[in-house]
Write a protein that binds this ligand. Structure first.
Ligand SMILES: [Zn+2]
Length: 70
């Protein structure tokens, strides 16, 4: 969806981009329960059927890899 601009379920378009917002609970994921480490979560929503994908954008993805020693 992010790259194709089309829904993989219904082939619909356009795709709506919803950037993860830090002050919203659903906009960020806590990585480890005992540490204050969060990563941003962006969403891509099909405007036809409502199917949704979630992506962690750079540089938060790089931070996540470092937190997980990858
Ligand atoms: Zn769809």
């Amino acid at each position: 969806m992010k790259d194709t601009g089309k829904c993989p379920k219904c082939k619909g378009a356009p795709i709506i981009y919803l950037e993860g917002i830090q002050k919203m609970p659903s906009g960020y994921i806590k990585v480890k329960t005992n540490e204050e480490e969060y990563v941003q979560v962006d969403r891509y929503v099909c405007s036809v059927c409502g199917f949704m994908e979630e992506w962690i954008p750079e540089p938060d993805l790089a931070r996540l890899r470092a937190m997980c020693n990858i």
